[in-house]
Ligand binder design. Structure first.
Ligand code: SF4
Length: 214
């Protein structure tokens, strides 16, 4: 990271952008529960968790991954809730910030397409310490790696690490997928956890100029 004035300027820009995102109403007419952007980031974050969009429980609480999928994700990562929710180390930036509603045939709708083009690049540009991005679910994977079968993208972990790693969305539906793909628990998870520990390791330089925006 740069000098103290540089870091203070980045933190100030991040805080200002976070305020703009929280005030966003760009796709409000499509959101059944209304806008409530849920994300976390601080300029010191080393790891980015790029998910898809909040579910209803996350919308209600305003806490990302505050549901059974989040518990499964934390088990995969081998992280306690304390570390997972330490936004000075881990940023949580989904592809869509607000709950997008349900599909007619069931399941959550995709992230709103307006969201990422409006905010994503600007937000990530203010996270200069990122070392590892975890792409969680098909929308984040396709955005970063391009189209392709999810299993094949996840299986590329040795080529993508230490900078990136694709993971399936950790919903209950993934349990059967995990059973069909034993390499995920036996090979990917230990390798990914090593990269995660390396990315999180080292002194986190905290100073009053760094504003946390969670
Ligand atoms: S989903 Fe994104 S674009 Fe739509 S209102 Fe929420 S923050 Fe704005």
């Amino acid at each position: 990271m740069g000098s103290l004035p540089d870091r203070a300027a980045t933190a100030a820009k991040l805080a200002s952008l976070a305020d703009d995102i929280r005030a966003c109403r760009a796709c409000a007419r499509h959101l059944p529960l209304g806008p409530r952007p849920v994300f976390r980031a601080a300029a010191t974050a080393r790891v980015l968790i790029a998910g898809q969009a909040p579910g209803t429980r996350v919308h209600e609480t305003g806490i990302p991954w505050n549901d059974p999928s989040g518990e499964r994700l934390r088990r995969w990562l081998g992280l306690s809730a304390d570390v997972f929710y330490d936004e000075t180390r881990i940023a949580v930036v989904p592809m869509g910030f607000c709950y997008p509603g349900r599909l007619p045939r069931g399941g959550d709708a995709p992230p709103r397409p307006e969201c990422a083009p409006l905010w994503r690049a600007r937000l990530l540009a203010l996270l200069p310490e990122l070392r590892l991005t975890l792409l969680v679910g098909s929308y984040a994977i396709a955005d970063a790696l391009g189209p392709g079968p999810m299993t094949a993208q996840v299986r590329r972990f040795r080529a993508l690490l230490p900078g990136r790693c694709a993971l399936p969305h950790p919903s209950w539906r993934t349990l059967a997928w995990e059973r069909r793909n034993p390499w995920f628990a036996e090979e990917l998870l230990p390798t990914m956890r090593t990269a995660l520990a390396t990315a999180l390791d080292g002194e986190i330089r905290r100073d009053p100029a760094l504003v946390e925006i969670a």
